[in-house]
Design a protein around this ligand. Structure first.
Ligand SMILES: *[C@@H]1O[C@H](CO)[C@@H](O)[C@H](O)[C@H]1NC(C)=O
Ligand SMILES: *[C@@H]1O[C@H](CO)[C@@H](O)[C@H](O)[C@H]1NC(C)=O
Ligand SMILES: *[C@@H]1O[C@H](CO)[C@@H](O)[C@H](O)[C@H]1NC(C)=O
Ligand SMILES: *[C@@H]1O[C@H](CO)[C@@H](O)[C@H](O)[C@H]1NC(C)=O
Ligand SMILES: *[C@@H]1O[C@H](CO)[C@@H](O)[C@H](O)[C@H]1NC(C)=O
Ligand SMILES: *[C@@H]1O[C@H](CO)[C@@H](O)[C@H](O)[C@H]1NC(C)=O
Ligand SMILES: [Cu+2]
Length: 569
């Protein structure tokens, strides 16, 4: 048969025109600059967007194109912005990962990020240059489902609120990163405050020098979330913390978890939600409590011994007798025990796909990469390493180097696929903590299915293992399983959840535990995969994947110009 019948052709044309008409382009103009801010009442220089930290929420509908024109007005500092959870299909140069997908945006320069938000859900953006994220450049991306489309929410709600969680230090990013690279190390320490939507309250405000902390500054007034009695609310919760794993609670209001990293979850109810840096969740709450008093929203540090006060905000009922800003009559909830790993492990395991939105994973992997996470030393400096290799970023972004054939731009030897796992004791301190660095990457066969098993272990100090939230750029992965102890490739794959695993872009690796992931290497580009703790990535806790780079079209000139250049040196 030749051409399709005319009617059918025109029907298709009409449908695709209708879809195109729905998809909008959302333009944003951002000026990035340092400003004096008072996020926790303490005056601090923060990296702001149009004078604000957090920056504006990007709102869009599935299928829209987002255009953000970024002007770097930092005077003496580079910048790059990562769109966390957006896969950048067809636009790998817009991922915003300095050293991987682009050169940094120089002071005075303008760079325009253009990308499609192809899936509904809750996402975030943040700086991805050095440890710059900790200086305040962050915000939310909220993508609504295409109306009437297959990705419409399998739950109902009457209104929604957004909660952006953060941790906050008074020392600058430069002091932090210089300290981390010093011998002996000057660790960043626990945060001074926890922020909710960029606001917190430093507990020792009154003890500070005059003018350094202003407890009545409007920038640190507690955020208020107002609800109508009897209604159901969706709370979109995201964590951009630099270090802290958090536990979040809305006093007196159990939360039904319905979304994680842009994917619908088989609903489960929690009093306390654990959220790791780089993760997002949506929860539903019913406004069914006494409307005549206010309630706390509370965030608390878990997994590390806390020395930071509870981060707080206020839930207030419309029409109730309490004024909206009055602190609740109770003390803020302090959450579960910080070291209750079992409790946090259970919540990880409970997060599976919604029955009506299961995307089954491929039944088997073509390749398995087993990554041992260790804390190590190089010339006395403390580092983190994967399979005994501590990651360093090259000066020429991989994407540029690989498309331009600049073979000398990074180590061409691939990092190790595995470690000597037979008999390895993940609870023991390593006999020789010395390691080496590399900027080599893993090249994945385009279209292949890759398993990554992240194996946690003891740190340099005895009897200590931390939680690491691992974030993959350019993909979502299926979370196939979690365990505590040493992963055995001959045993544990049989326990994988292949039935209804959740898709995510960030996942916790619990103390002494392992986490198994699967993804399809089907997004042409170069993608970072790293611990989302700012200090840990800085100290080498990351790797990079390349897939199908030969399929990437011509790169925009704007991402180039640093490191080695073609015809240059
Ligand atoms: C607050 O001040 C007290 C007393 O000086 C000190 O012990 C505590 O560590 C301080 N807390 C913070 C978070 O700085
Ligand atoms: C604190 O901030 C408020 C509001 O901006 C201002 O009116 C007040 O003068 C400030 N206090 C000090 C001591 O700077
Ligand atoms: C948790 O830490 C507390 C001290 O902060 C300690 O008393 C308790 O035994 C620890 N619990 C576990 C399960 O390690
Ligand atoms: C580790 O490296 C340091 C030099 O940075 C060296 O002094 C030390 O002997 C090494 N340790 C081992 C166990 O090889
Ligand atoms: C890591 O590499 C160093 C050499 O750089 C070696 O001495 C050490 O035994 C290795 N550790 C492991 C766990 O393989
Ligand atoms: C580590 O734990 C083991 C057994 O739980 C104990 O024997 C040992 O003393 C601990 N070491 C330190 C340094 O706390
Ligand atoms: Cu980490």
């Amino acid at each position: 048969m030749g051409r399709p019948p005319r009617l059918l052709c025109c029907l298709f044309l009409t449908l695709s025109l209708a879809a195109a008409a729905r998809a909008a382009t959302r333009h944003h103009e951002w000026d990035i600059s340092y400003q004096f801010t008072h996020s926790d009442c303490v005056r601090k220089l923060a990296v702001t967007i149009n004078g604000q930290t957090p920056g504006p929420t990007i709102r869009a509908t599935q299928g829209d194109t987002v255009v953000v024109r970024v002007k770097n007005s930092l005077l003496t500092e580079n910048v790059a912005i990562h769109w966390h959870g957006i896969r950048q299909i067809g636009t790998p140069w817009a991922d915003g990962t300095e050293g991987v997908t682009q050169c940094p945006i120089l002071p005075g320069d303008v760079f325009t990020y253009t990308f499609v938000v192809d899936r509904p859900g809750t996402y975030m953006y943040h700086a991805h240059y050095g440890m710059q994220r900790s200086a305040g450049l962050n915000g939310l991306i909220v993508v609504a489902a295409a109306p009437g489309g297959p990705d419409a929410e399998p739950f109902r709600y009457d209104g929604e609120h957004s909660v952006l969680l953060n941790d906050w230090w008074h020392r600058s990013t430069y002091e932090q990163s210089t300290g981390l690279a010093s011998v002996p190390i000057v660790w960043v320490g626990e945060p001074q405050s926890l922020l909710i939507n960029g606001r917190g309250r430093f507990v020792n405000c009154s003890a500070m020098a005059a003018g350094a902390c202003n407890a009545t500054h409007p920038e640190c007034a507690a955020p208020v979330f107002a609800v109508v009695p009897g209604k159901t609310y969706r709370f979109r919760i995201a964590s951009v913390t630099s270090l802290s794993a958090l536990n979040f609670e809305i006093e007196g209001h159990p939360m039904t978890v319905v979304e994680a990293d842009g994917h619908y979850v088989k609903p489960f109810v929690v009093k306390n939600l654990n959220i790791y840096s780089g993760e997002t969740y949506s929860v539903l709450i019913k406004a069914d409590q006494d409307p005549n008093r206010n309630y706390w929203l509370a965030s608390n540090v878990v997994s590390r011994k806390p020395s930071t006060a509870t981060g707080t905000a206020i839930l207030s009922y419309y029409g109730g007798r309490s004024s909206t800003r009055r602190p609740p009559p109770t003390t803020p909830p302090t959450g579960p025990a910080w070291n209750d790993t079992t409790y946090r492990f259970r919540q990880s395991v409970a997060t599976v796909a919604h029955p009506a939105h299961v995307e089954p994973p491929p039944p088997r992997a073509d390749r398995t990469i087993l990554l041992l996470n260790t804390q190590n030393k190089i010339d006395g400096r403390i580092k983190w390493a994967l399979n005994n290799v501590s990651f360093t970023l090259p000066h020429t972004p991989y994407l540029v180097a690989m498309k331009s054939g600049l073979l000398g731009a990074f180590d061409q030897r691939p990092p190790p696929e595995t470690y000597a796992h037979q008999g390895y004791d993940v609870y023991a301190v390593q006999k020789n903590p010395n390691t080496t660095t590399s900027d080599g990457l893993y090249r994945l066969r385009f279209g292949s299915v890759v398993d990554v098993v992240l194996q946690n272990a003891n740190m340099l100090a005895a009897n200590n293992s931390e939680t690491h939230p691992w974030h993959l750029h350019g993909h979502d992965f299926w979370v196939l399983g979690y365990g505590i102890g040493r992963f055995d490739p001959a045993v544990h794959p049989a326990t994988y959840n292949l039935k209804d695993p959740i898709l995510k872009n960030t996942v916790a690796v619990h103390p002494y535990g392992w986490t198994a992931l699967r993804f399809k290497a089907d997004n042409p580009g170069v993608w970072a995969f790293h611990c989302h703790i700012e200090a840990h990535f800085f100290m080498g806790m990351g790797i990079v994947f390349e897939e199908g780079v030969e399929r990437v079209g011509q790169l925009p000139q704007e991402i180039m110009g640093c490191g080695k250049t073609k015809g240059g040196h």
